[in-house]
Design a protein around this ligand. Structure first.
Ligand code: ADP
Ligand code: ASP
Ligand code: MG
Length: 405
């Protein structure tokens, strides 16, 4: 008998028909003798609806109340799923994050899980119940409701698998695995059989929203293999696990992209020690995360400094830079909210040269201008105008022949 944690995303519980189908699937798995802990997301579209409601009253809304509101979406789907299970004779119990004491820090809307009390869950399992837990939420030490950031139900699933020492953690979604790139952009994208944590971490952090980054971090830290599967059709899905010899060392495992960034440039910055600290220190004080940073070599005692931030933080960052311009002695500040980042990811890149030039050649062939470049051992990212995002992703998918294994 295995203990399996399964997470079902928004589309998978998006209607009464889908919830019924999930209930039937759970009953079939249970009939094979397995213990089941199920994590559910809000019904598809619900979290966005709640965000819009809040923002119609205040933008940004008060973080504490925002989390109280957002956490309700998952409470709807968890109870409906239990009703569907009970109606079919399967004993089940639902719990909010607070009820199973998913203790988090107090960083509203992006809280981190610190601890889970697994006693309730074990007691229910021992009595033959399916346990359904609301994803995406927890409670802080002062009993405030917190949420874990968009896509956070994945992290609830992995954290529960770790806490319960589950045999498997399965993430059910609306695609049948992790693909070489988002199949909605490139229809001939190929499903990957296996990926190592490192690759999935890069893909997720570079924009592939199929799994939340923190879920992959957690899984990697505690070495819990994840399987991404379709909730609609049966299939092997994609296994995400520790890198081993049996894994194909793909040169490029996938292409990730991100439309959520914006770039800021300071022209004519005095070329002297401490300037990067002065600029980015002020940005960090506002709790704004910086992604790429480029500083040109100095000429005539001045230099240019460019960095990217999340698009949501763009206005705030631009405002503070404009205020600082005189103090810093900057000639001009430019901003661009219409950028996108495309990244090639693959552990095989470590030992191969020439990937960057193939990448740049393919983009040049379609007249796509590269605005910024950044590389690491296992990824190359470029920033382009957002209008060229889809074309760029398709061009690279073809250039590296990713549809063939
Ligand atoms: P859920 O609601 O189940 O959590 P998400 O919408 O968060 O589902 O994630 C699944 C979606 O991720 C897919 O529908 C797909 O469009 C997108 N996606 C982005 N990149 C990839 C990729 N490389 N492989 C598979 N899906 C991807
Ligand atoms: N419902 C939340 C969201 O839409 C969490 C999740 O689905 O993972 O982001
Ligand atoms: Mg998701």
């Amino acid at each position: 008998m295995a203990l399996i944690v399964q997470k079902y995303g928004g589309t998978s519980v998006g209607s009464i028909e889908r919830i019924t189908a999930v209930a039937e699937k759970l009953i079939a798995t249970r009939a094979q003798g397995h213990n089941l802990v199920v994590v559910v997301s809000a019904m598809s579209g619900e979290t966005n609806r709640l965000v819009a409601l809040a923002k119609s009253l205040a933008d940004p809304p008060k973080a504490r109340e925002f989390d109280v509101l957002l956490a309700t979406g998952e409470q709807v789907s968890m109870s409906l799923l239990c009703m569907a299970l009970e109606a079919r004779g399967c004993p089940a119990r639902s719990y909010t994050g607070a009820q199973v004491h998913i203790l988090t820090d107090s960083a509203h809307t992006k809280a981190r899980i610190l601890e889970i009390d697994d006693q309730h869950i074990h007691a229910d399992l021992a009595q033959g119940r399916v346990v359904v837990v609301a994803g995406f939420q927890g409670i802080d030490a002062k009993r405030n409701i917190t949420t874990l950031g968009r896509g956070g139900s994945d992290t609830t699933g992995v954290a529960l698998a770790v806490a319960l020492k589950a045999d498997e953690c399965q993430i059910y979604t609306d695609v049948d695995g992790v693909y070489t790139t988002d199949p909605r952009i490139v229809p001939e994208a190929r499903r990957l059989d296996k990926l190592c944590f490192e690759e999935m971490l890069e893909m997720a952090s570079l924009g592939s929203k199929v799994l939340q980054i923190r879920a992959v971090e957690f899984a990697s830290k505690y070495n819990v293999p994840l399987r991404v599967l379709s909730s609609i059709e049966d299939g092997p899905g994609t296994l995400i696990a520790k890198e081993d010899e049996t894994m194909e060392k793909a040169l490029i495992s996938g292409i990730a992209f991100n439309r959520d960034e914006a770039k800021l440039t300071l022209l004519g910055v005095p070329d002297k020690p401490g300037i990067a600290y002065q600029i980015l220190g002020h940005i960090a004080e506002l709790n704004i995360e910086v992604d790429m940073i480029i500083q040109n070599i100095g000429a005539d005692g001045s230099t240019d400094f460019t960095f990217t931030v999340h698009r949501n933080d763009y206005k705030k960052a631009l405002e503070v830079l404009n205020k600082l311009a005189t103090e810093l002695g900057v000639r001009e500040i430019q901003g661009d909210e219409h950028i996108a980042k495309i990244s090639l990811v693959g552990v095989g890149m470590r030992s191969h040269a020439g990937i960057a030039s193939t990448m740049f050649k393919a983009l040049a062939h379609y007249g796509i201008n590269i605005l910024m470049i950044s590389t690491s051992e296992i990824k190359i990212s470029v920033v382009v105008h957002e209008d060229f995002l889809e074309l760029g992703v398709r061009a690279l998918h073809t250039a590296f022949n990713l549809k063939e294994k």
